[in-house]
Design a protein around this ligand. Structure first.
Ligand code: NAD
Ligand code: SF4
Length: 442
């Protein structure tokens, strides 16, 4: 049984409310941090924990916190990125919906560490009911004296607001989120400067994912060293995984990092194997942005090592960098799934969500969608597969923000591992047309 530190209380009746959450030991980390620690000591514990960003990039959280300039005299901010929109990812919603005070507690402890007096939770527009849950939790925390002026008589003040987006995936990119919070169109900024130097209203700002911030109370209540003992190597702690697709038990799971993919997929404690009793065909291990793995690379790496649920182990070998654990969106496909159709579906999404600022992304995502559409609909040409490869290679690395890479990687990986399926679509268009899933032309 994996250790649980985020979801251990999720089944306690009434844990959504302040009273029950507090009775179960909630807000202890705020008390400990404010009464017994300095802000720098809190940062030090998070550094020691090895906690890495749970939104997708896996950047060390304590290191990000230590980049904040505390000497400039400018106000500082903590912004929680709750704009969870990566296809296949729904774990932050689960946390916020069922144990909202864990996030509020993490926001207060983390804001104290950063010396932030004004912090925000930016939540995606489609999560309106969760927005209301958070608003209520913030009001309860404020009424109980955990927010506002002079918290616990310490002289530390904190205002916390929850802000609702308007339904744009790109506002999950941290600088687009900041633009949106400032009341502007959510266009990503060029980095550097990173938000830690110049973020919200040009003030030093840390942007962290919901799950990252929700992990902070446990670290402070126990210790950074204790957290670092959970997990494996540089993948410390636990991770929430949103599992979907052709498995018996889809849902949100908290796993200890380092669990084998085989155990996660096949044991009854987790996904319980394939729902269909059909063969496993492919896996997208970390949300739509990360490369798809074919069946022969799911349980073992290309080197024959066991594939583990870690930041390091889930790459398909095609790219040297990037965290392939991504946002933890674990999508399983059996042999009835069409990789071309799936790739087209992802491409359509990225084209729709591109903000349009840079040419390779704005134009390239459109071309990826169009060419994939014609292959999927039996109108593909032999040369289209190389054309797709060429388009994706011209997007990757040539854009302002990672949406460009996110659009190109799934296409590259699908061609790399399933080229024969693309060729089949081109060579046998009549068989493809008869599958009765014709899709509207872009
Ligand atoms: P990134 O690697 O550019 O940055 C990671 C974090 O580290 C950022 O907060 C950045 O400001 C900080 N950072 C990096 N270098 C720094 C430096 N030198 N100084 C100060 N700060 C520094 O990645 P990103 O754009 O934050 O995230 C991309 C990831 O987001 C992708 O891997 C994708 O999986 C994920 N994603 C998740 C969702 C979701 O719904 N959870 C949606 C879209 C994308
Ligand atoms: Fe906008 Fe795409 Fe450029 Fe990102 S990569 S800034 S989404 S056009």
């Amino acid at each position: 049984m994996s250790k649980k530190i985020l979801l251990d209380k999720i089944n306690v009746p009434g844990i959504k409310t302040y009273e029950v959450y507090r009775k179960e030991g909630g807000y202890a980390s705020v008390e400990k941090a404010i009464k017994a620690m300095t802000p720098d000591e809190v940062v030090e514990e998070v550094k020691k924990s090895g906690l890495r960003g749970r939104g997708g990039a896996g950047f060390p959280a304590g290191m990000k916190w230590s980049f904040i300039d505390k000497k400039s005299g400018k106000p500082r901010h903590l912004v929680c990125n709750a704009d969870e929109s990566e296809p296949g990812t729904f774990k932050d919603r689960y946390l916020m919906e069922f144990i909202p005070h864990l996030l509020i507690e993490g926001m207060i402890t983390s804001s104290f560490a950063l010396g932030a007096n004004l912090s925000y939770i930016y939540i995606r527009g489609e999560y309106m009911w969760v927005f209301k849950i958070l608003e209520r939790a913030i009001a309860e925390a404020k009424a109980a004296g955990w927010l506002g002026k002079n918290i616990l008589g310490s002289g530390y003040d904190l205002e916390l607001h929850v802000h609702c987006g308007a339904g744009a995936y790109i506002c999950g990119e941290e600088t687009a989120l900041i633009e949106s919070l400032e009341g502007k169109r959510g266009n990503p900024r060029i980095k550097p400067p990173f938000p830690a130097v110049s973020g919200l209203w040009a003030n030093p700002t840390v942007v962290n994912n919901v799950e990252t911030i929700a992990s902070v109370p446990w670290i402070i209540n126990n210790s950074g060293d204790d957290y670092a003992k959970i997990g494996i190597g540089r993948s410390t702690g636990t991770k929430l995984i949103s599992a979907s697709g052709h498995v018996k038990n889809p849902g949100v799971y908290e796993i200890e990092l380092g669990l084998s993919v085989d155990e996660f997929m096949n044991s009854d404690e987790y996904l319980g194997g394939m729902s269909s009793n059909r063969p496993l065909k492919a896996l997208v291990p970390g949300g739509s942005s990360v490369p798809i793995l074919p069946a022969n690379l799911i349980f073992k790496t290309a080197n024959g090592e066991d594939r583990l649920m870690t930041y390091e182990s889930l790459s398909d070998g095609g790219f040297a960098t990037g965290s392939m654990l991504g946002s933890g969106g674990f999508i399983v496909y059996d042999d009835t799934a069409c990789v071309v159709r799936n790739t087209w579906n992802f491409a359509r999404f990225y084209h729709h969500e591109s903000c349009g600022q840079c040419t390779p992304c704005r134009e390239g995502t459109g071309w990826l969608e169009k060419v994939l559409w014609r292959i999927e609909n039996g109108q593909g040409r032999e040369e289209d597969i190389d054309l797709l490869w060429s388009i994706q290679s011209k997007i990757e690395g040539n854009t302002i923000c990672p949406l460009g890479d996110a659009a190109s990687w799934p296409v590259a990986a699908a061609i790399r591992h399933f080229r024969e399926e693309f060729e089949y679509h081109v060579r046998f268009p009549e068989r493809i047309k008869n599958r009765n899933h014709f899709v509207a032309e872009p």
